[in-house]
Design a protein around this ligand. Structure first.
Ligand SMILES: Nc1nc2c(ncn2[C@@H]2O[C@H](COP(=O)(O)OP(=O)(O)OP(=O)(O)O)[C@@H](O)[C@H]2O)c(=O)[nH]1
Ligand SMILES: [Mg+2]
Length: 414
């Protein structure tokens, strides 16, 4: 069933009664009763303290949490002057649908700026709201992405795919394209709300990459903003990231068809300006299990070798097959090979492989992502976060350097 709107009647009526607002913070949630109270307090305080001239609204867009998340929001104190809306969205279950309701609400209220922050954040402060909304309210930007200090093993989908692909495809260096905490203008919220993507992975964890890619390609002014450390309920990449990988990468690949004319012409990279005073912060360590990652890669090879062979060119497949035979000591996953593998799958996803659904392709690619993550972990094991950052940067450059390979394969349709 498809929905015309993500706003349920009761939420719509509540927004109608509020009428108009100047600034809004939207918080998506699903079972975050333990952490959302803090986020609500900080966000509300941030609006009141830093934007006293704008009428503030805080909206929690929940996925029907059985743990009482919305009650926590409604009962949180210290919100003098802030209108609080806690409601369930309708549509496909997922973070993207929750955001769709927030976009629609921002449009209805005619806000100048909207900020979204995750409900599992522990490092959010009122100052985050200033840093995310300030460039929109005062400097005419439409889209602001977070620039965090993250631990080297937090954000492995970002570092190994979302960041290098966004930079190489669209020529914009935006370090956290799927960071989850963003600021955007009312104008951009309206543009997002008007799109027809809510039956796709964009309704789930594809939302972040879609927001960033859309903002870049539809000419919205964008910037990054220093936020310090992102401390949240981070996940071990070996244990929890499979579905998120499919949804993010599926959306990223899908968008390559939408914007094919544009990315094929891009040869230069420009950094989106990083605004604000730098925040120095020590991120919390994220644990990874190297042996588990390598095992998952090898299991993926056992299970999907045929499919990998169909998706990849022969030389790439042979190189990957060789890696699957290595011991942990000898293991490594070269950056150039990884870039070509991602490009092979991007082409296979968009042009199709007979007898395979796009989701099956992404499922099988997860094993390769574990393989590259293991390679990254091995290379950076003894490195500081700053040194690991250089590895991420070099990898992004490799994607750009090898882009002609992608363009060539993209255009050799059967
Ligand atoms: N409404 C709603 N919100 C969701 C859903 N899934 C996730 N969210 C929210 O989206 C935000 C991000 O989700 P997380 O699970 O923290 O994911 P993440 O931090 O991007 O991912 P990691 O970096 O892997 O930890 C949180 O505020 C979640 O509560 C959902 O199905 N419905
Ligand atoms: Mg999180």
């Amino acid at each position: 069933m498809s929905y015309e709107t993500a706003l349920r009647d009761e939420v719509h009526q509540r927004l109608d009664r509020i009428g108009q607002a100047g600034i809004m913070v939207g918080i998506p949630s699903y079972n975050n009763a333990g952490t959302i109270g803090h986020v609500v307090q900080q966000a509300a305080q941030g609006m009141v303290e830093h934007f006293p001239d704008l009428k503030p609204v805080l909206m929690n867009s929940d996925g029907g949490s059985p743990d009482g998340t919305m009650d926590v929001v409604r009962n949180t104190e210290a919100l003098a002057g802030v209108e609080v809306v806690a409601g369930q969205y309708q549509g496909l279950p997922g973070k993207g649908s929750a955001f769709r309701a927030i976009f629609e609400a921002a449009e209805m209220l005619g806000v100048k700026a909207c900020v979204v922050v995750d409900s599992d954040l522990r490092s959010v402060t009122p100052d985050w709201i200033r840093r995310l909304a300030g460039p929109i309210v005062h400097e005419g930007y439409d889209y602001v992405t977070p620039f965090y200090s993250r631990h080297k093993y937090d954000g492995t989908i970002t570092n190994n795919i979302a960041y290098p692909m966004t930079r190489a495809l669209y020529g914009v260096d935006v370090r956290q394209p799927i960071g989850g905490d963003f600021g955007f203008s009312g104008k951009l919220a309206k543009a997002y709300a008007g799109k027809d993507v809510w039956e796709t992975n964009v309704a789930r964890f594809g939302i972040d990459i879609w927001m960033t890619t859309t903002a870049i390609n539809e000419g919205f002014r964008m910037a990054q903003t220093y936020l310090g450390a992102k401390i949240h309920d981070a996940k071990d990449p070996a244990a929890h990231l499979g579905p998120m990988f499919r949804q993010v990468v599926g959306s990223l690949f899908m968008l390559m068809t939408t914007y094919a004319e544009r990315w094929q012409r891009v040869e230069e990279v420009q950094q989106a300006p990083i605004l604000g005073e730098k925040l120095v912060a020590e991120p919390e360590p994220v644990n990874v299990t190297l042996s588990a990652l390598i095992d998952k890669f090898k299991a993926g090879f056992e299970e999907n070798a045929d499919l990998w062979q169909q998706a990849m060119n022969d030389a790439n497949f042979d190189a990957v097959a060789e890696l699957a035979g290595l011991s942990q000591d000898a293991y490594g996953f070269p950056v150039d090979l990884w870039a070509r593998v991602v490009f092979d799958f991007a082409v296979a996803y968009n042009h199709g492989i007979e007898g395979l659904t796009p989701d099956e392709m992404l499922d099988s690619m997860t094993g390769l992502y574990y393989g590259r993550t293991a390679g990254f972990v091995k290379t950076t094991w003894d490195m500081t976060t700053a040194q690991a950052e250089e590895v991420v940067n070099a990898q992004a450059k490799a994607f750009m350097r090898l882009k002609p390979y992608l363009v060539g394969r993209w255009n050799e349709r059967p």
